[in-house]
Design a protein around this ligand. Structure first.
Ligand SMILES: NC(=O)c1ccc[n+]([C@@H]2O[C@H](COP(=O)([O-])OP(=O)(O)OC[C@H]3O[C@@H](n4cnc5c(N)ncnc54)[C@H](OP(=O)(O)O)[C@@H]3O)[C@@H](O)[C@H]2O)c1
Length: 424
């Protein structure tokens, strides 16, 4: 039922060459027969092919490149809805598209709000306005972030902050609330603008906002372990821990027993893709969390323990917790970037639980709606060792460490796409 919904549909996607977008396209093309998928990419087909070739093994790239049902359009986001496309292309999209998935975004957490207004806020609002004019539009999907409401951490004083699948209005704007990054506020604001626009157009039922937490490697699709180095925050953290020469890393929390109480919500990319596609097919509107949630999130202690095996140095590195806030300059650079280390969010996922119940066990067993936690977390790191190494190289360059230090400090893995079992 879920996949039949996509048969004969015309889909337009921004961000189709990214981590989440690639998983979305793979699931649609391999499970259903859409009439056409149009993908926006800066640099058009040659850029898209180069990006997919780095991420996917040949048998899966073939599904992408041989498909007569997919066209890559050369364009980019901006502060108008034109995306640098021609008038004819814009009119064709307007006439034909049923499902509009807006997954392109800057994921630079610490870019200034001014920069993010051009890469997140303005394009999202312009594309909502444009899509709501499409006569055949069934759903406009905006990929936001579960951390769009991370300011709740400093409002709610509990050690595990509940976040509902709803819009939180602010009494005053950015400066009055403590968001960890400008990115979180940009997503928060974009969500509210999307909803406001849809309310003005009496089209709230056409809006789906999907909020992934920290995206991680796939459990199953397009192949187990599918990942990219730069779009998975835990990969960057593992690289930072591997490169750390000392025995201590300064982190901040207000939890009394951080090993047990602090949590990390990493969600496999195929869970994000399947939640998007299932909720679109089932007609869900409003906000949906694409997370591991209370059932599948990791305790900090387990997450940290897994990093140990990625280090080559014979001594252990321990977290040293202070009750500083998440903007403190005394924290390790990993915590300065990924400021939600030290928090715990209980992202609610009632809408997915209800959809899973409606679909029944026969259908849900062929979908990836929840993270698989049957293996220890260290298993997931072994699969991305190659990416951790790449990330470590980049970090070493940024911190002016000699290139050979990466070889000494960080283990090296094989790219998974070369492994034989990485079949479609
Ligand atoms: N990764 C995470 O941990 C995470 C967590 C929460 C939410 N999210 C959200 O999920 C969505 C997908 O993230 P991702 O991890 O797949 O990102 P990604 O791997 O960094 O991919 C970004 C995509 O956006 C496109 N893009 C970026 N800037 C663009 C521009 N100016 N014009 C046109 N296209 C542009 C890129 O396309 P080209 O380079 O081909 O043009 C690429 O396809 C984003 O909205 C992100 O904010 C991600």
């Amino acid at each position: 039922m879920v996949w039949e919904y996509y048969n004969d549909k015309v889909i337009f996607m921004t961000g189709g060459t990214g981590f989440v977008g690639t998983a979305l396209i793979y699931r649609i093309l391999s499970q259903s027969s859409p009439k056409h998928i149009f993908v926006l990419s800066r640099g058009g087909f040659s850029n898209a092919r180069a990006k997919w070739s780095k991420m996917l093994p040949p048998q899966i790239i073939k599904i992408f490149l041989d498909s007569s049902r997919m066209t890559v359009m050369d364009g980019e986001l901006g502060d108008t809805a034109t995306m640098s496309l021609s008038d004819e292309e814009l009119q064709m999209l307007k006439r034909t598209v049923h499902i509009f998935i807006h997954a392109a975004s800057s994921i630079m957490l610490n870019h200034s709000l001014r920069e993010l207004s051009y890469t997140i806020v303005a394009p999202t609002l312009c594309l909502t306005q444009y899509a709501l004019k499409f006569p055949n539009l069934e759903r406009f999907v905006f990929l936001s972030s579960a951390y769009a409401n991370s300011h709740l951490w400093t409002i709610d004083r509990s050690s595990d902050v509940s976040v509902e699948e709803e819009i939180y209005s602010l009494s005053a704007e950015y400066e009055a609330h403590d968001f960890p990054w400008p990115y979180a506020y940009a997503k928060h604001l974009a969500e509210r603008l999307v909803m406001q626009k849809a309310a003005q157009e009496h089209a709230l039922d056409k809006i789906l906002i999907v909020r992934p937490s920290a995206v991680g490697p796939a459990d199953e699709f397009p192949y187990p372990g599918f990942t990219t180095p730069f779009s998975t925050p835990s990969t960057a953290c593992a690289a930072a821990v591997a490169l750390h020469p000392g025995r201590k890393i300064n982190l901040a929390t207000r939890c009394e027993n951080p090993d047990e109480e602090v949590t990390i919500d990493e969600v496999p990319v195929d869970v994000v893709a399947d939640r998007v596609l299932v909720h679109v097919a089932q007609g869900t509107s409003g906000c949906v969390h694409a997370v591991s949630g209370e059932k599948g999130r990791l305790r900090f202690g387990d997450w940290w323990h897994a990093f140990k095996s990625e280090r080559r140095l014979p001594w252990q590195v321990k977290p040293v917790w202070a009750s500083d806030d998440w903007h403190s300059s005394d924290l390790h650079h990993m915590a300065k970037n990924f400021k939600i280390i030290g928090t715990s969010f209980a992202f609610k996922e009632g809408k997915t639980d209800r959809v899973a119940e409606l679909l029944g066990p026969e259908q849900t067993k062929r979908l990836r709606l929840y993270a698989d936690r049957s293996q220890p977390y260290s298993h997931s790191l072994v699969h991305r060792r190659h990416h951790i190494h790449r990330m470590a190289k980049q970090l070493a360059k940024k911190n002016k460490l000699p290139a050979f230090s990466v070889g000494l400090l960080c283990r090296k893995g094989k790219p998974l796409v070369q492994l034989e079992h990485a079949g479609a």
